[in-house]
Every structure is written in structure tokens, then in C-alpha cells.
Design a protein around this ligand. Structure first.
Ligand SMILES: Nc1ncnc2c1ncn2[C@@H]1O[C@H](COP(=O)(O)OP(=O)(O)OP(=O)(O)O)[C@@H](O)[C@H]1O
Ligand SMILES: [Mg+2]
Length: 495
């Protein structure tokens, strides 16, 4: 974690090119100035900074910038011609690495500098070196602030607020700890910025700040677009049935949040939900985030393949890493069988992708809780459902009469209708074999139908829609019983 020390060692090794990927340029330059300042007289080397806007400038002593050395080829030619030792920091040089002349100039300088006379330091947010230069280069990565440093950063923001305002920041201790925890994985300036956002709008740190902080964090981190932040999570009460699942999640809530009370509990890894279409698998994934009280990230497995042709595995790894940075969170993988089934004719790609995922699932130590859903059990690879991969496999079946009553109530209330004004017994009876989604659809259709004849929605309108509908469970009866047989042996009923 001691960046300054590591950087010093790299510089002392006199490698001609150092590649630095960081979003925290200011801090990096501070390190470098510190290290330069400490050097003994015989090791002392002047330190230069170049950017395309300011040209070349001495950093260790106060001198005017040399604007004539602003163009990338000019500055490289200049450095090449200089005989004296020196350290040259090139800021945001990455766009100019497209040019073969620049690459050759960099290589010329590096080859000439193998005696250790000059060091080129390339600093960007994200840069890869061309192969020609890779062998002449060392990489340096700035570490991100740890928990203690994040706490210091947040405290500093609190102090600033207190200085600028009368009174002092109202701090909910638990929310403060969670804030510090959730700011992990960000650079120092970003950590400070998000802390400021949380504190300055109301002069308080409360639990209400946390979702906004997580959204802000997601926006800072999201570069690939395979992972999306789902703003809509569901509440416990939005879901009819799934009692076992709800209890199971409640029991794991504390362990996922971490903290002292849950020290002896292994953080839960995740669950797989299989089952009938439209019975609330996706809804349950959203409710998991709601119940656990953490952000919901959705991994689009289809996009993994389409969006980045030939880079599927790397993108999966990056997305998983990103989810880890966002932890504690729920990582929702909808219709996992579509992305991870072992299809023929793809050169083993989906097999490798599956392998990458399973390794990660087995080894992850952070609080990323995976909720995967699957419709088509025939396409689920056996490796995925072997015991011990997920903490549990739940199956979601057609709703029982009691659950249908709940679902009806939930959706009536959502449309500001009073369930007491309907004959629920009749409706429950008439919706036998219907999925939650089908019940909802019938309700929506009944609303249109009653509206068309200018009547308030009544039981008869809904009954008429139920009658008109042939539920999937009838159309796909055979598939359904196969699914039930399969589930009986391998899964726990969600309700
Ligand atoms: N148990 C339930 N409680 C409340 N609403 C439900 C329930 N099941 C389904 N619904 C309603 O049906 C909609 C569709 O359900 P959802 O998308 O979660 O089903 P699914 O099992 O994921 O289906 P699919 O296999 O087609 O993806 C939900 O958004 C919700 O409005
Ligand atoms: Mg779904």
C-alpha cells in the first residue's frame, strides 16, 4: 500500500519507461516531487512535466513553461537531443501513441537511456503500451484509499462543512461507517467529492444518503456498459408468496452487510431461481436487493457476447470486478442459461465464460450477492447447479390460491383500487393455473374493458378476462410437469 515507496523503487531501478494508469494525477505528481526533493546531490535529476496544453516545464524548480515544446513530436525530439539526465512526465500522451513516429521516438529515447540517464513517465487514466515499448517499460499503479484513509477524507469534509456553517454536521454513526465502507474502490478526489455531495445538501450523514452515494459511485465506475444500475428495486410487500425465499434472505441480511455482529457468518454467495415464466423470478431478484438493502446491479450476459466481440471473458472479469468494487450489492444475472449454457459451435467460448464465472463465484470474498434466474432448465450447465456453487437453488411455481389472493391485492392496490370491493374468493378460484404476470395482465385488460363501457372496475370485468385467457400452464402443461420433476429433486420451493 505504500505507493511512494514502491514508486521510488521503480525509479531507482532506472527502467527507461514507466507507465502509470491513474485518475489521480495531482497526487502522483506530488509523490514524484517529494521523491525528487529527497534525492542526494549525486542522484539528483531534474523533473519535467509535459502536457499538450502547457508544453514542457520544470517541476522541481520554478521556471516558465517552454511552449515551443508543446507538440508531441517536438517534445520527444527535444528529450532525445538532451544529454543531461532527467525525469520526464508526459501527461495524457495516450492519444499520440497512435502515431508510429512517436512510438519510434519513444523507443529511441528509451534505448538511449538504458544507462539510466533519462526516465519517461507516461501518466494517463487508461493506457496500453504498444508492444515495441512494452519490454522497455515498468508499470506502476496507484493504490486506492483504504478504510482508514477514507474515514479521514470524510472527516475532513465534515470539518470543512463545520467551518463554513454554523452548527455541525449531524452524524448517524452507523450511516457514517456505511458511507466510509461504500466509498471503497474510488480515488481520493472522487471519495471526497461523493462525501461532499452526501454532506453538503443537508449538513447530515444519514442512511438516506447511501443510495445516492452508490449511484454516484456507479456512474464514476461504469465504463463498459455491460453492468447496469437498477434504480427500481422492489419491496418485500410488492411480491406475493415466495415466503421461504423471503425468510432465507432476511436471515442473510446481516451477514451481507458485514459489521461486528456478523463476524462469524460467512458472507452469502448467492442463489439461483428457476421456474415457471411470469411467476416473479425477476421481481424476486429486485426484491432481494430491496430486502437486503443494497444496490442492484444487473449483468447483461447477452451484451457480454454481442458488444465486445472477442473480448467476452475479459469483459466478464471486468464486470465482476466492478461489482466487487460496488459491494455490498446484489448482482442480478437474468436468464443466466442464455449466456452461460454450453452451446455447440462456439469454440468452447461459453465453456470458458462459465469457467470464469464459477471460479469467481467460488473465490470471491467480497459481499457481492449473486441472484441468477433461469427459465429453461434443459440449458442449464450441470456445473452451475452442482451443490455448493450457489448457497441455494429455489424453484418458483405457479401461485397457490393464497398467493394468488396476495398477488391480486398487490396489483389492485398498486392501481389505487380497494381489494375489499372485489370478490377475491371468486377471482382466486377463476385464476387457477395463472402466473402472477398473467393475473396482472388480466387486471390491466379488465381496466381497459371497464373504462371503455364507462364503468368502475368490478369483479365481473376481471372474471371475464380470466375466462378469455388460456394460461401458459395449460398451453405448456408438459413442459411444466418436466420442470416440476426436475425441481423436486434439486431445489427448495420458494414459497
Ligand atoms: N409473486 C408475484 N407477486 C407480485 N407480482 C408478481 C408475482 N409474480 C409475477 N408478478 C407480476 O408479473 C410481472 C412479471 O414477473 P417477472 O418478470 O418477475 O416474472 P419472471 O418469473 O421473471 O418471468 P420470465 O421467466 O418471463 O422472466 C412482475 O413484474 C409482477 O408485476
Ligand atoms: Mg424474468
Amino acid at each position: 500500500m505504500d505507493d511512494r515507496h514502491d514508486l521510488k523503487l521503480i525509479l531507482e531501478s532506472r527502467v527507461p519507461i514507466v507507465l502509470v494508469n491513474t485518475h489521480d494525477e495531482t497526487r502522483f505528481l506530488e509523490f514524484l516531487q517529494g521523491i525528487t526533493g529527497e534525492a542526494s546531490a549525486e542522484d539528483y535529476r531534474p523533473l519535467f512535466r509535459w502536457s499538450v496544453t502547457d508544453g514542457l516545464q520544470r517541476l522541481d524548480i520554478d521556471l516558465e513553461p517552454q511552449l515551443h515544446n508543446a507538440a508531441p513530436d517536438q517534445v520527444l525530439k527535444h528529450i532525445r537531443s538532451v544529454e543531461q539526465p532527467g525525469t520526464y512526465v508526459l501527461l495524457d500522451f495516450h492519444p499520440y501513441l497512435q502515431d508510429p513516429v512517436h512510438i519510434r521516438l519513444l523507443k529511441d529515447i528509451a534505448l538511449d537511456s538504458q544507462d539510466g540517464s533519462r526516465t519517461l513517465i507516461l501518466v494517463s487514466h487508461d493506457m496500453e503500451l504498444p508492444v515495441e515499448l512494452e519490454r522497455l517499460a515498468a508499470h506502476f499503479t496507484m493504490s486506492l484509499p483504504d478504510e482508514q484513509e477514507r474515514s479521514t477524507i470524510v472527516t475532513k469534509v465534515i470539518d470543512e462543512w463545520n467551518l463554513e456553517n454554523t452548527g455541525s454536521v449531524k452524524i448517524d454513526r452507523k450511516a457514517f461507517d456505511l458511507l466510509v465502507r461504500n466509498l471503497s474502490g474510488l480515488t481520493r478526489p472522487d471519495t471526497g467529492r461523493l462525501a461532499r455531495n452526501a454532506i453538503y445538501h443537508d449538513g447530515a450523514i444519514t442512511h438516506e444518503d447511501l443510495p445516492t452515494v452508490m449511484e454516484g459511485k456507479y456512474q464514476l465506475l461504469n465504463r463498459q456498459g455491460v453492468l447496469s444500475y437498477e434504480y427500481e428495486t422492489a419491496k418485500f410487500s410488492d411480491v406475493g408468496g415466495l415466503r421461504n425465499l423471503k425468510v432465507w434472505l432476511e436471515q442473510r441480511k446481516r451477514a451481507l452487510a458485514g459489521g461486528a455482529e456478523a463476524k462469524h457468518l460467512d458472507p452469502p454467495r448467492g442463489l439461483l431461481l428457476v421456474g415457471v415464466q411470469g411467476c416473479g423470478k425477476s421481481l424476486a431478484a429486485k426484491a432481494a436487493a430491496g430486502i437486503l438493502g443494497v444496490p442492484l446491479l444487473r449483468l447483461d450476459v447477452g451484451a457480454l457476447y454481442n458488444k465486445f466481440h472477442g473480448e467476452t471473458e475479459r469483459n466478464l472479469r471486468e464486470s465482476l470486478q466492478q461489482a466487487e468494487v460496488m459491494s455490498p450489492c446484489v448482482l442480478w444475472i437474468d436468464e443466466i442459461e442464455k449466456g452461460l449454457s454450453t452451446g455447440a459451435g462456439d469454440d468452447g467460448l461459453s465453456q470458458r465464460v462459465l469457467g470464469t464465472f464459477l471460479t469467481w463465484l467460488a473465490e470471491k470474498s467480497t459481499s457481492v450477492f449473486v441472484v441468477a434466474t433461469a427459465n429453461d432448465i434443459s440449458r442449464l450447465p450441470p456445473e452451475l447447479i452442482r451443490k455448493g456453487r450457489f448457497d441455494e437453488i429455489f424453484s418458483v411455481d405457479l401461485p397457490t390460491p393464497r398467493v394468488r389472493a396476495d398477488i391480486l391485492k398487490i396489483h389492485l392496490k398498486r392501481r389505487e383500487l380497494q381489494p375489499e370491493q372485489f370478490n377475491l374468493v371468486q377471482l382466486v378460484e377463476a385464476s387457477k393455473g395463472f402466473s402472477g404476470a398473467e393475473i396482472e395482465q388480466c387486471l390491466v385488460a379488465a381496466l381497459y374493458a371497464s373504462h371503455a363501457v364507462r364503468q368502475d372496475l368490478g369483479t365481473k370485468h376481471i372474471l371475464a378476462e380470466f375466462k378469455r385467457t388460456r394460461p401458459l400452464s395449460v398451453i405448456m402443461a408438459e413442459k411444466l410437469s418436466a420442470l416440476r420433476r426436475w425441481a423436486a429433486e434439486r431445489t427448495v420451493p420458494a414459497d
